[in-house]
Structure formats: structure tokens, C-alpha cells
Design a protein around this ligand. Structure first.
Ligand code: DX5
Ligand code: ZN
Length: 215
């Protein structure tokens, strides 16, 4: 499989969101990455249902919704209704991860777990075969435009090994500090999906940047 690109709309122009959604529709990107933050699990607050519904109305590609919120299970149904195709929840915010992953799947969405930079991949051993994807945070969640944490490469290798060994179909997604420079190295290390916010929306030609990330 060739790798997937998921531009993060956190760095988009919210004054003209429709334009950026249409740019992604027409680009080589594969998914829309939407970052939901509650000001409790992470120090920042981003956006919620009305914005997701608006994006869904115009988006022609799947919505990959990354929940940075406490007790995410309270809202699975509402995210489905808002248009989420893929829902990822943090390991650090989920006491009953197995129950939550299956609840997401029963609602007809793909389900994934997100690990903060300090959380070891070995903790996924007993859930990896239930997952559609694992999102490895390569920055501390909360903000766009931060510096990539180099330890992520090691985590990708360990995760890839676990996935192969357990015969899991899980994809590996990387989020935070992805650039044109580190993208090929991340793919070579075993990443399947790259999220990019600042690299795409901070560039002069976002469509071309997406094409370059796609390789
Ligand atoms: C950070 C978010 C990321 C963010 C990535 O908490 O999860 O998706 O938008 O932004 P960049 O690519 O700018 O690091
Ligand atoms: Zn994200």
C-alpha cells in the first residue's frame, strides 16, 4: 500500500474554511484530519460538532477525527452523526479502551488508539488485533507547528514489529511535526499515514506540498 496523507485542518484558515476543504478535495490527500481539543485533556480548545458537520458537508474524503478530550466515550454517537469516518481516542484518556474501541466500530466507524510521546507501544499488545489504526503522537498534543520528537522512529519500528507478529491489520499514523524532510524517513520506518498541519497550510502552495508529501 502506498502511504496516505491526512492534512490537519487545525492550521487551515477558519475564516475561509470552505476554500481549504475544497483545496484538500482536489489535492492528492487521502483523509481530512480533524483535531478536537477540550481544554482539559490538552491545554488548548479547538472546535466541535458544528465545524465537523460543516466540513462533512463539503468534504469528498474520509474524516479522521482525533479526539483530545477526557471521557471520549460520552460522545461517540454524536461524532458519528457529525460525519466522522475514523475516530481515534487517547490511551491516556480511556479507562476501558477495549469497550470503547468496540463501541466505535459498532457505530460503523474505523477505530484507533492514540499514544502520547511518553506512552510505550508495548501497552497495546492486548488490543492491537482489535484496532484499525494506531496514531503515534510525535509532539505533545495541543498545538500545531511544534518540533518533531525523534524518539518516534523507534516507536514506529516497535509497533510495526508488534503488528506483524500479532497479524494485526492496524495502520500506523504519525501526527505532529511532519515535514517534507522527515516524511520519507517516517515512511521508510513503517508509517502508513502522515498527518501534516503547518507543513501544508503554512506553505505557499498547499496543493503542491501535499503532492510532495505523497511522494
Ligand atoms: C496536535 C494535533 C496535530 C496538529 C499537527 O495536537 O494532533 O494534528 O494539527 O500539526 P503540525 O503538523 O503542524 O505539527
Ligand atoms: Zn491530530
Amino acid at each position: 500500500m502506498t502511504h496516505l496523507i491526512a492534512p490537519s485542518l487545525l492550521s487551515a484558515d477558519f475564516g475561509n474554511l470552505q476554500k481549504d476543504v475544497e483545496m484538500v478535495n482536489q489535492s492528492n490527500a487521502d483523509w481530512f484530519h480533524l483535531d478536537v481539543m477540550d481544554g482539559v485533556f490538552v491545554p488548548n480548545i479547538s472546535f466541535g460538532f458544528p465545524i465537523i458537520k460543516f466540513i462533512k458537508k463539503y468534504a469528498s474524503k474520509p474524516l479522521d477525527v482525533h479526539l483530545m478530550i477526557v471521557q471520549p466515550e460520552r460522545y461517540f454517537e454524536e461524532f458519528k452523526k457529525a460525519g466522522a469516518d475514523i475516530l481515534t481516542i487517547h490511551y491516556e484518556a480511556s479507562t476501558h479502551l477495549h469497550r470503547s474501541i468496540h463501541a466505535i466500530k459498532e457505530l460503523g466507524m474505523k477505530a484507533g488508539v492514540v499514544l502520547n510521546p511518553h506512552t510505550p507501544v508495548s501497552l497495546l499488545e492486548d488490543i492491537i488485533t482489535d484496532l484499525d489504526l494506531v496514531l503515534l503522537m510525535s509532539v505533545n498534543p495541543g498545538y500545531g507547528g511544534q518540533k518533531f520528537i525523534e524518539n518516534t522512529y523507534k516507536k514506529i519500528s516497535l509497533l510495526k514489529e508488534m503488528i506483524l507478529q500479532k497479524n494485526s491489520k492496524s495502520l500506523i499514523e504519525i501526527d505532529g511535526g511532519v515535514t517534507l524532510k522527515n516524511a520519507p524517513k517516517l515512511i521508510a520506518a513503517g508509517a502508513d499515514v502522515l498527518v501534516a498541519g503547518n507543513t501544508v497550510f503554512g506553505s505557499d502552495n498547499p496543493t503542491e506540498t501535499i503532492a510532495r508529501l505523497k511522494g
